[in-house]
Design a protein around this ligand. Structure first.
Ligand code: ISE
Length: 334
C-alpha cells in the first residue's frame, strides 16, 4: 500500500520534501499540499504533481487521502499542527524545532504518551547522514574507547536578515546539540556560551562558541558562525581514548588548475545534506509501514529545545548554566 503524504508549508524545506517524496522515495507519494500562500502552494503542487491543495493545514490533516503528514510550516505553528496530527492518529514528520518552547514540546510528549505509541519524528536529518552514521557505528564498536571530547563547527555562508543572536543557537547549533546527544548517547548537564566582544551594540553576536558537558563528563564544543561568507561548512571530530573519528571534508568538487587546488563548498545545508534528507524520508516512510519508529523522537525534540534554551540563558548571562531535563518517560527509552 502506498502512503499518501500531506505536506504543510511550501517554503524551501517543504518544497524540497515534496519533490523528494515525488521522485526518490519508495512506498509513498505526496497527495496534498497546504500553505497560506496560495501561489507558492500551487507552484509546489505543480512541480510535485499533487492535485489536492488545502488553504487550511487542519483540513489537510483531516483529508482521508492523507495517511501521514510532513510539517515544514513556520516554527511557531509546529505544536498546534503536531497535536492535530496526533488527535487524528496520523504519523507526522515535523521539521525542527518540534516546538520553539520547552512547554510546547512537553505538551506534544504528553499527548503522545496518552496515545501510547510513537507517531512523531523530528526532522533532525543529520541522524541519516552517512558520515555521522559511520562515526556512530565506529564509536559503538568500542574499539576507540570512551569519547573524551567532541569538536563541532557549523558555518553558514549567510544568515537571513531576520536572524537574531539567539537563533545562532536555537536554529543552527541545535543540530549539533541533537547530533552530539545521539552520537554520545547522553544528555548534557551544563552549558557555557562565549562570544566576541561586540563591535556595535545592535550587531548580531556572530560567531558564538558553546561548551557543553555531558552526564559522562564528555566536553562538546561548538563554533557556530552564520555569516562565514565562503560557503556552508560543517565539521565534527570525536576525540576518544584510543583515537579520533572525524567527518571527512565534504566539498562538492575539488578542482586542480593553474598550480592550485580548489575545494567547492555547498551554498547551504540542502545541498550538503541532500543524501541525509533523502534517507530520512525513506526511513520515515519505511517506519510507518513497519511500525518501528526511527530518527529523532518527540522526546529528542524536547531535549534539543530544552538544551538550546539553557544555552540561550548562558548566552545572556555569560555564566555556566545548568541544563535541567525531566526524566525520560518509558515510551522513549530504547
Ligand atoms: C537552518 O534552519 C537549518 O536547519 C540548517 O540545517 C542549518 O545548517 C542552518 O544553520 C539553519 O539556519
Amino acid at each position: 500500500m502506498t502512503i499518501g503524504v500531506g505536506v504543510i508549508g511550501t517554503g524551501v524545506m517543504g518544497g524540497d520534501h515534496a519533490l523528494i517524496l515525488a521522485s526518490s522515495v519508495q512506498g509513498a507519494v505526496p497527495v496534498a499540499i497546504s500553505d497560506v500562500d496560495a501561489n507558492k502552494a500551487a507552484a509546489v503542487a505543480a512541480a510535485a504533481r499533487v492535485e489536492r491543495i488545502h488553504a487550511d493545514a487542519h483540513s489537510l490533516i483531516g483529508d482521508p487521502m492523507v495517511g501521514a503528514v510532513l510539517i515544514a510550516a513556520p516554527d511557531a505553528t509546529h505544536e498546534e499542527l503536531v497535536l492535530a496530527c496526533l488527535s487524528a492518529g496520523k504519523p507526522v514528520l515535523c521539521e525542527k524545532p518540534l516546538s520553539p518552547t520547552v512547554e510546547g514540546c512537553l505538551r506534544i510528549v504528553d499527548a503522545e504518551i496518552a496515545i501510547g505509541k510513537r507517531l512523531v519524528q523530528v526532522g533532525f536529518m543529520r541522524r541519516f547522514d552517512p558520515g555521522y552514521v559511520t562515526m556512530r557505528s565506529n564509536l559503538k564498536s568500542g574499539r576507540f574507547g570512551a569519547p573524551l571530547l567532541m569538536h563541532c563547527i557549523h558555518r553558514n555562508a549567510n544568515a537571513p536578515s531576520w536572524f537574531n543572536s539567539a537563533m545562532l543557537i536555537s536554529n543552527s547549533a541545535v543540530h549539533e546539540i541533537d547530533i552530539a546527544r545521539w552520537l554520545l548517547d547522553s544528555e548534557f548537564t551544563a552549558a557555557t556560551v562565549f562570544r566576541r566582544r561586540p563591535t556595535d551594540p545592535g550587531a548580531l553576536m556572530d560567531p558564538q562558541f558553546i561548551v557543553l558537558e555531558t552526564r559522562q563528563g564528555t566536553l562538546v564544543d561548538i563554533e557556530v558562525f552564520v555569516n562565514a561568507r565562503y560557503g556552508y561548512d560543517v565539521r565534527a571530530e570525536l576525540v576518544c581514548e584510543n583515537g579520533t573519528l572525524a567527518l571527512t571534508p565534504q566539498s562538492l568538487v575539488r578542482i586542480r588548475s593553474s598550480g592550485q587546488e580548489i575545494s567547492r563548498f555547498a551554498e547551504d545545508w540542502r545541498a550538503h545534506f541532500s543524501a541525509a534528507y533523502r534517507s530520512q524520508l525513506q526511513a520515515w516512510v519505511d517506519s510507518i509501514r513497519t511500525g518501528v519508529p526511527v530518527g529523532a523522537s518527540a522526546w529528542d525534540g524536547y531535549a534539543a529545545t530544552a538544551t538550546a534554551a539553557a544555552c540561550g540563558k548562558a548566552l545572556e548571562s555569560g555564566q555556566a548554566t545548568e541544563v535541567r531535563l525531566q526524566a525520560c518517560p518509558d515510551l522513549y527509552v530504547s
